[in-house]
Ligand binder design. Structure first.
Ligand code: AMP
Length: 202
């Protein structure tokens, strides 16, 4: 199979060619179409399988086809939660890479560093926010993050969120999201607690 056969739009195909990707990985083959069709998704996928592109590519495409280009102001339309700063940064880099021919802005926020540059970036306006849960809640409490416009919510490495004790923070964030949204949950393993969470989120 090729990315062409998954109906990926030209500017994203071009970016994928720049990255040297020729064929989708199995998780991409299985996940991209349902996400483009607007469906919620529960995916079992380990790091290294190409799972980041499996959700970033169709979300970028959905943002483009929703016609957001005509908007004058940027609202956060995509929230991606990741358990660690390293993973969050990596997801941000993937968005930059696959979206390099699109007019879509993202920023990454995580704890353990000053919040100033993160707040400045949020204030300038972003379409996609990648965040670790603690810093996100912190900035939400301070009024810097408004989740009312979220249309896509991704929970990445959900089982690691559980292992690291972030599950309550994830739930707190999820209560603040609009009910009408597309939700994607990625996890390497599916412990009972994650299944339960998936049932409430999806
Ligand atoms: P991930 O599982 O998201 O951490 O991705 C693992 C690695 O695979 C990353 O370095 C990606 O750049 C790379 N990758 C993702 N999709 C593809 C693809 N279709 N072809 C080749 N490499 C890919």
């Amino acid at each position: 199979m090729t990315f062409d056969q998954l109906d990926i739009i030209k500017p994203i195909l071009k970016a994928l060619t720049h990255e040297g990707y020729t064929n989708p990985t199995p998780i991409q083959e299985n996940a991209i179409k349902p996400i483009l069709d607007g469906r919620d998704l529960l995916a079992c996928a380990q790091t290294g399988t190409g799972k980041t592109a499996a959700f970033v590519i169709p979300i970028l495409q959905n943002l483009v086809t929703m016609g957001r280009k005509n908007k004058t102001q940027r609202n956060i339309e995509v929230l991606i939660l990741a358990p660690t700063r390293e993973l969050a940064i990596q997801i941000g880099q993937s968005i930059d890479a696959y979206g390099k021919f699109l007019n879509i802005k993202n920023t990454v926020i995580f704890g353990g560093v000053s919040q100033k540059t993160q707040v400045d970036s949020l204030n300038r306006g972003v379409d996609i926010l990648v965040a670790t849960p603690g810093r996100l809640l912190d900035l939400m409490d301070q009024g810097y993050v408004d989740l009312d416009s979220i249309k896509f919510f991704v929970l990445d490495e959900a089982d690691r969120m559980l292992d690291m004790g972030f599950i309550n923070d994830v739930k707190k964030v999820s209560y603040k999201l609009p009910k009408e949204r597309q939700t994607l949950l990625f996890s390497a393993t599916m412990p009972e607690e994650i299944e339960k969470l998936a049932n409430t989120l999806l």
